[in-house]
Design a protein around this ligand. Structure first.
Ligand SMILES: Cc1cn([C@H]2C[C@H](O)[C@@H](COP(=O)(O)OP(=O)(O)O[C@H]3O[C@@H](C)C(=O)[C@@H](O)[C@H]3O)O2)c(=O)[nH]c1=O
Length: 186
C-alpha cells in the first residue's frame, strides 16, 4: 500500500496494490491492519455511500456535516473518473480555506482520505461515473450543509457544471461560518 501525505495536514492519498491476472484484478480496497502497520489509524467507519452521476461535468459539493455528526470520508472511484476536492475549514488551521484536488479513477484505484473538518466535493469527467466512500458518522439530514462550489477559487475544470438544487443554492464561502475548530476532535 502506497500512502502519501498531501499538503493539507491530515489528508492522505492511498494507493492499494492491484493483483492482475487473465481474469482482471484483485485489490484489498480497505484493510485496517495494513494501514495500521504503515502507521495510519483512521476512525471507525459506520456507513458506506455509493453514487452515480450520468453526465460528465456533474459536480456534487462542497458538502459537510456539522459536529457531532461530522464525517471523515475515504473516497474512491468505482467507474469512470472524477476530480475529488477537500477544503480545510478547521477554524484556526494554518491552511484554513486551502483546498486540494486529486484525480480518482477506476483505472488508478486511488483513494482520498478526507478527515472531519474538511468540505468535500467532486466533479465527474466521464458519463456514468461512480463514487464509493466510507464514512465515519451516519447521515444526519439536519446536520447536512453545503458551501457554494465556485466560491473558493477551486480549479474545477468546468464553468457550468450540473448541480443539485441544494448545491445551486448553497452559501458562498465568504458568508459561511465554519462549525469546525482546528485541534478539536469531532
Ligand atoms: C448523503 C446522503 C444522502 N441521502 C439522501 C438524501 C437525498 O434524498 C438523496 C441525495 O442526497 P444529496 O443530494 O445530499 O447527495 P450528494 O449530493 O451526492 O451528497 C454527497 O455529496 C458528496 C460530495 C459527499 O461528500 C457526501 O457526504 C454527500 O454530501 O440521498 C441519504 O439517505 N443518506 C446520505 O448519507
Amino acid at each position: 500500500m502506497h500512502i502519501e501525505a498531501l499538503k493539507l495536514e491530515g489528508v492522505l492519498l492511498l494507493s492499494p496494490p492491484r493483483f492482475g491476472d487473465d481474469r482482471g484484478f484483485f485489490s484489498e480496497s480497505w484493510n485496517r491492519r495494513t494501514l495500521e502497520e504503515a502507521g495510519v489509524r483512521l476512525p471507525e467507519f459506520v456507513q458506506d455511500n455509493h453514487s452515480m452521476s450520468h453526465q460528465a461535468g456533474t459536480l456534487r459539493g462542497l458538502h459537510y456535516q456539522s459536529p457531532p455528526f461530522a464525517q471523515g470520508k475515504l473516497v474512491r472511484c468505482g467507474r469512470g473518473s472524477l476530480y475529488d476536492v477537500a477544503v480545510d475549514v478547521r477554524a484556526g488551521s494554518k491552511t484554513y480555506g486551502d483546498w486540494i484536488g486529486v484525480e480518482l479513477s477506476y483505472e488508478n484505484g486511488r483513494q482520498l482520505w478526507v478527515p472531519p473538518g474538511f468540505l468535500h466535493g467532486f466533479v465527474t469527467h466521464e458519463p456514468d461515473t461512480e463514487i464509493i466512500y466510507k464514512c465515519t458518522a451516519h447521515y444526519d439530514r439536519a446536520s447536512d450543509g453545503a458551501v457554494r462550489w465556485g466560491s473558493l477559487g477551486i480549479e474545477w475544470g468546468v464553468d457550468d457544471p450540473i448541480l443539485s438544487d441544494k448545491d445551486r443554492a448553497a452559501t458562498a464561502f465568504a458568508d459561511w461560518t465554519s462549525p469546525f475548530q482546528y485541534g478539536v476532535v469531532v
